[in-house]
Design a protein around this ligand. Structure first.
Ligand code: PSU
Ligand code: MN
Length: 314
């Protein structure tokens, strides 16, 4: 298994200052910007995610690779480049070295963003939905490296569960096997990304950002290092995608996958793009709400964790 320890990282100035001073920082991924959202909405959304983190009192650190250099805290020009230039690679952890050596532009997935953020000393990360076990995985073996990376990466990931395009039950089973903690935020049901309820129960729920900070502190205190914490934050029911529209769109999307022979890392972007066009933007609006809500919660968790550290310095 690859871990990221001393990869050469370039820090944005604001992020470097905040980390040095122990102020709250939230890591953000770039794959949702380059591959998960359509242009030109993607760049506007990327900026709104950062603004949401700031409004809640934390510093945003969007992570990506620019010309082979890994950046934690992309500036606006770098963010614009990853959002608008053709041929930006989708980088999981295994791709980082190849991309660095070849001077590539690349967007980091949940897996790569988590690994890099943890190496940079950032403890909280906001995304839309985790990758997971794909339907038909029993034949295709298609399981996102997000899961195996979270098994060994000490970071709290705020997400709306996993996309309903995946096998949600199998993903929860794998998270259990891999030792990744999962808590619902004010719910005992695992959310299904576009849908409030993904159809499965959770063992634990937390009620406040402070309680998530308590969990993170307890992990440290009890020497439970190395694994991730998934904070599953569902959309309110009245903000979810219409379940009927969702089910219809998903069925069509899965059939198109088969017809077009789409496999591997292209599967997730293909299905997301299908949703966005087939729902005439309805799923896009939902997707954006999910990300902004997660950014807000992640920032409040980072603020609570920083306050805790300030109260009880080691
Ligand atoms: N969730 C979204 N949009 C996305 C993704 C997740 O709402 O674009 C991206 C994330 O970067 C995640 C990746 O890590 O999809 C998973 O891809 P794969 O299934 O190929 O591992
Ligand atoms: Mn995959």
């Amino acid at each position: 298994m690859i871990t990221v320890t001393n990869f050469h990282i370039r820090y944005g100035a604001e992020v470097a200052d905040a980390l040095r001073d122990g102020r709250p920082v939230v890591a953000l991924e770039s794959t949702i910007v380059s591959h998960g959202l359509p242009r030109p909405e993607n760049l506007r959304v990327a900026r709104r995610i950062e603004a949401t983190v700031r409004d809640a009192g934390a510093v945003p650190a969007t992570i990506g690779m620019v010309g082979g250099e890994l950046v934690v805290g992309l500036d606006d020009a770098q963010l614009t480049r990853l959002a608008t230039v053709d041929g930006v690679a989708k980088l999981s952890v295994r791709d980082l070295a190849v991309a660095a050596a070849t001077g590539a532009d690349g967007a980091t997935t949940v897996a790569a963003t988590s690994a890099v953020a943890a190496a940079a000393g950032i403890g909280v990360f906001a995304t839309g939905g985790l990758g997971g076990v794909h339907r038909e995985a029993a034949q295709t073996f298609d399981e996102s490296a997000d899961l195996t990376t979270l098994a060994r990466t000490p970071i709290a990931v705020v997400c709306a569960g996993v996309k309903s395009i995946l096998d949600v039950g199998a993903t929860l089973e794998r998270l259990e096997t891999l030792g990744v903690s999962v808590v619902g935020y004010r719910t005992r049901r695992f959310p299904g990304f576009y849908l409030t309820d993904g159809g499965f129960d959770l063992d634990w729920s937390v009620d406040s950002p402070e309680q998530v900070a308590d969990v993170l502190a307890a992990r440290e205190q009890h020497g439970l290092h190395g694994g991730g914490l998934v904070v599953a934050n569902p959309l309110p029911v009245d903000e979810q995608l219409d379940p009927e529209l969702h089910d219809r769109t998903l069925a069509d999307g899965l059939a198109l996958l088969q017809r077009d022979g789409v496999t591997g890392k292209a599967v997730t972007p293909f299905l997301l793009a299908h949703f966005h066009s087939a729902t005439e933007g309805a799923s896009l609006a939902v997707n954006v709400r999910i990300i902004l809500r997660n950014a807000d919660l992640a920032a409040r968790i980072a603020v609570a964790a920083a306050a805790r550290r300030a109260d009880s310095p080691e």
